[in-house]
Ligand binder design. Structure first.
Ligand code: FAD
Length: 338
């Protein structure tokens, strides 16, 4: 069986690695340079608790997001990927911290306050997104996968056509194109995707290690180029940096750490894809031979090994496990029950 994967972001690259490890001949097509996508600009947080506290759409899915996080250590075992486990420190005005604490309690989590009043989330992790993307790609290639420049345009009964006119035959096509293919031509389920533009500021100074810092409306993720994020611009899919939208993020970061006021700032932009329930579409499309792995919203890195495992299980005829139904690619197509 030859499998084509459209898209070399976190989902496509993790899927290529998992398929190649399972002995499947896989070719990944992507017209963009490596890392030139949402996955490449992301902060790389593997943060089920923060996401459920700070993003309403994630809140019903804490159990699933935790299972997704827990797949990371074995998925990258033996690869040059460092999973940082410094946790998250939440700072702010007392009333706002009480609100965040109440949200944590509503998720069944106990209060964890430091003596200085800050809240603490111990169990959230992070990684270097861009470096991990390169590592996954290299590992997939080492396991036999091929990456080619090319934009997938059509799929007709096993014939894959690229925008440059090339046609190749495959057993299946995995759509991992993020927010790009939403017209429903290749897979009707993609019409349920909504783009969310995300702008993130990279600084030339600030913390390079330690916990992620969260404040009202902002996070500061330590790195060689610390990340201040991120905007959530619903319905937008352009990649134009917009200082008006990022100014409040930078003001919030500077309120937390005044020394950042002198930092040089570069804005990076990515487009997330979201579904009506905030979880990705994973599994067979109604279109014969097409499998979906799209719609990760804010959690594409967190969920990459889970999604890669599901796609591999479907394509090898194995049991996809307990999370398959919740992520089913056709769940929005079904008639509501009477
Ligand atoms: C600012 C920001 C911060 C984020 N922070 C985090 C975070 O901390 N943690 C986290 O888990 N997630 C985070 N996310 C979300 C995460 O980045 C996304 O959910 C994830 O990158 C989605 O990965 P993907 O592979 O589905 O899509 P993408 O990374 O968008 O990759 C899709 C790929 O498909 C290619 N493509 C498009 N059309 C075609 C075609 N026709 N044929 C072939 N290829 C095609 C594109 O060129 C692209 O490379 C963040 C997102 C943003 C924007």
């Amino acid at each position: 069986m030859r499998v084509a994967v459209a898209g070399a972001g976190a989902f496509g690259s993790a899927t290529a690695l998992a398929l190649a490890r399972a002995g499947i001949a896989v070719t990944v097509f992507d017209p963009a340079a490596p890392g030139d996508n949402a996955s490449g600009v992301a902060a790389g947080m593997l943060a089920p608790v923060s996401e459920c506290v700070f993003d309403e759409a994630s809140a019903p899915h804490l159990d699933l997001l935790r299972r997704a996080r827990d797949l990371w250590p074995s998925f990258v075992d033996g690869l040059d990927v460092e999973i940082l486990r410094d946790g998250v420190r939440v700072e702010g005005a007392a009333a706002w911290l009480d609100l965040i604490d109440a949200r944590r309690n509503a998720l069944g989590l106990p209060t964890e306050r430091r003596s200085d009043g800050a809240l603490w989330i111990d169990e959230d992790w992070r990684l270097d997104a861009r470096q991990t993307l390169a590592t996954l790609r290299a590992a997939a290639v080492a396991s036999g996968a091929t990456f080619e420049a090319g934009s997938v345009e059509r799929w007709e009964g096993g014939d894959l056509t690229l925008s440059d006119g090339r046609t190749e035959r495959f057993g299946s096509l995995v759509i991992a194109t993020g927010a790009a293919l939403r017209g429903g031509d290749v897979a009707p389920e993609t019409t349920h995707l909504t783009p969310i533009k995300g702008q993130i500021a990279r600084l030339d100074q600030g913390p390079s290690a330690g916990p992620v810092l969260r404040g009202a409306g902002v996070y500061l993720s330590p790195a060689r180029r610390p990340a201040v994020g991120a905007t959530m611009e619903m319905g937008r899919d352009d990649l134009t940096p917009d200082p008006e939208k990022t100014a409040p993020l930078l003001a919030a970061a500077t309120a937390l750490r005044p020394e950042l006021a002198s930092a040089k700032v570069v804005i990076e932009v990515g487009v997330r894809a979201s579904t009506p329930d905030g979880l990705p579409l994973v599994g067979w499309s109604a279109r014969h031979g097409v499998m979906l792995a799209v719609g990760a919203r804010r959690n594409g890195w967190l969920m990459a090994p889970l999604v890669a495992g599901l796609v591999t299980a479907y394509l090898t005829g194995k049991d996809p496990g307990p999370d398959a139904a919740r992520l089913d690619a056709r769940r929005f197509e079904r008639e509501p029950e009477a």
